[in-house]
Ligand binder design. Structure first.
Ligand SMILES: C[S@@+](CC[C@H](N)C(=O)[O-])C[C@H]1O[C@@H](n2cnc3c(N)ncnc32)[C@H](O)[C@@H]1O
Length: 292
């Protein structure tokens, strides 16, 4: 196969498709990266050139069928278990006790959303942390949902199988407690897996359910332009329960960005953490945001 590059026209068309569908902004400097990533797709489809692949995108039926693979090829999915120890310590020590205290008085339910979960390490890390921190976890209804726009990473997440890199920052004690070694890989134990499920979701859209006690939105806003960041923050905040929490990242992209000033309806707390007031409903804060 000819290892050609996308022409400027082809790149512009693909970049605009990526933006329309995923909100991901690809500047022209990413043309080489996009060419490299799409080459694998061409091989899989046995298409000889970018020109031919590009032509097929004029056919709406092809676009719909190809889109999940195309978006998988353009997203960056870096992740691993227990990424950023500080986050997990704050969550376990400062955030979770309050949630357990409040929810323990009522239905003993706990709902967490890992938005942009990639191949699942983040969502399973939440599951492990909850089992470690909740002594009577069996008496709680715990659900962790991981969502992503890439079908490829969602499929991997559902297998619960990981390589050495994925667990490289996980303590040996945790690896032996929460994983089974299967054919040289690490399989998340069933007691964790049964708490966690995965589903397709595009952060451009509102999430189909809400009332989450805790939401993680990490390492994804940086791929979006200001408009998409604002839309994503509004959609995600809406899904946070009254009194619930949102974590946006190790270097908080909201407080460090002038273009995002005023777009966060929740109250800042620990670095990177925001909390919804107990008295405001999701609908109220969306209205506040629209007014703001
Ligand atoms: C770098 S990974 C972050 C994984 C994990 N949150 C972490 O911090 O370790 C970014 C993920 O965002 C997903 N993503 C990109 N655009 C998205 C969108 N519009 N909607 C949902 N997920 C998106 C990508 O597919 C990718 O898996």
């Amino acid at each position: 196969m000819d290892l050609q590059m996308l022409t400027p026209d082809e790149f512009a068309r693909f970049a605009s498709l990526v933006y329309d569908r995923a909100g991901i902004h690809l500047p022209p400097s990413k043309s080489g990266l996009l060419s490299n990533r799409l080459r694998q797709r061409l091989r899989a489809l046995k298409i000889a050139s970018f020109g031919e692949y590009y032509k097929r995108f004029t056919n709406a039926a092809f676009v719909e069928e190809e889109l999940p693979y195309f978006l998988s090829a353009v997203t960056t999915n870096e992740t691993y278990f227990f990424r950023n120890a500080q986050l997990w310590n704050t969550l376990g020590e400062k955030i979770l006790p309050g949630i357990l205290e409040r929810n323990g008085r009522t239905a003993r339910t706990l709902k967490v959303w890992s938005a942009a979960s990639s191949s699942g390490e983040e969502a399973y890390t939440v599951g492990i942390l909850l089992l470690e921190r909740i002594p009577d976890a069996a008496r709680w209804t715990i659900s962790v949902v991981g969502s992503d726009i890439s079908q490829k990473v969602l499929d991997r997440a559902r297998t619960g199988l990981y390589n050495d890199y994925a667990v490289s920052r996980t303590t040996p004690a945790r690896v032996s407690r929460w994983f089974d070694k299967v054919d040289g890989q690490y399989r998340v134990k069933d007691e964790v897996r049964k708490l966690v499920r995965f589903q397709f979701h595009n952060l451009r859209e509102r999430f189909p359910s809400g009332g989450f006690d805790f939401v993680l939105l990490r390492n994804v806003l940086m791929y979006f332009d200001a408009e998409m960041k604002r839309k994503t923050i509004a959609n995600v905040c809406e899904a946070v329960a009254p009194g619930g929490w949102l974590y946006v990242g190790d270097v908080d992209p909201i407080r460090t960005s002038s273009e995002l000033v005023g777009c966060m309806p929740l109250q800042p707390s620990f670095p990177g953490f925001y909390q919804r007031a107990l008295s405001t409903s999701a609908a109220d804060s969306r209205k506040e945001l629209v007014r703001g």
